[in-house]
Design a binder for this molecule. Structure first.
Ligand SMILES: [Zn+2]
Length: 213
């Protein structure tokens, strides 16, 4: 099984990718983790990644492509989580796979409505004292605004504010819409609803890529 999961931040790709990678016995490659691990490993590429991240800049496609090639190694199956994100990355991936005599089986797009994404992404609250995180709808504290663990005050991080989240979603949409067309034109795109029970979404993904339980 060689698939890529695409979807906006908050669509739930990571959770599904982790579980399904285990179920299918394939590699789970998440771009965010991959970048953090490269930095932590202190390799030459890692140092390069760190410079971009410190500047708050996007890590360029060629660096991500190089890391992806390295991490894919000799894996026969994989789930790419959050990659590719641009047409340039998609083309690099196609070339990489072609060189290995492989192709992508499917690209799964996680469709989640904007109000639902906003609810998921703006609901996080963090304890000022101990750092414990809560979510207003999925794991609320017993008393509003107060940490269950230590009684500290809960606050919303700047990253989780509605204006910031809307901006992130807009950037994602601008980058990804052409990518959906790219994969649609190649008959690889399949869309699943990323809303509803986690198990039902998982089953929809299995069906969409033709995987047996
Ligand atoms: Zn606390």
């Amino acid at each position: 099984m060689r698939v890529a999961f695409l979807g906006p931040p908050g669509a739930g790709k990571g959770t599904q990718a982790r579980e399904l990678a285990r179920e299918w016995g394939v590699l789970h490659l998440a771009t965010g983790d991959m970048l953090r691990e490269a930095v932590a490993a202190g390799t030459a590429v890692g140092a390069e990644v760190e410079r971009y991240m410190d500047q708050g800049a996007l890590v360029p496609d060629d660096v991500i492509n190089r890391l992806m090639a390295e991490r894919l190694g000799a894996a026969k199956g994989f789930i790419l989580d959050g990659f590719p994100r641009t047409i340039a990355q998609a083309e690099a991936l196609a070339k990489l796979l072609k060189d290995r005599g492989q192709t992508l089986d499917a690209v799964v797009y996680f469709d989640v409505s904007e109000p639902e994404l906003l609810r998921r992404l703006t609901g996080r609250r963090v304890c000022r004292a101990c750092g414990h995180t809560y979510h207003l709808t999925s794991s609320p504290p017993k008393r509003a605004g107060v940490c269950d663990a230590c009684g500290g005050e809960l606050y919303q991080r700047d990253d989780d504010r509605e204006a910031t989240v809307r901006n992130r979603l807009e950037v994602y949409r601008r980058q990804t819409m052409p990518l959906l067309d790219y994969y649609r034109a190649r008959n690889l795109l399949t869309t699943v609803s990323g809303e509803g029970p986690v198990a039902a979404i998982r089953e929809a993904i299995r069906n969409s890529v033709g995987a047996e339980r």
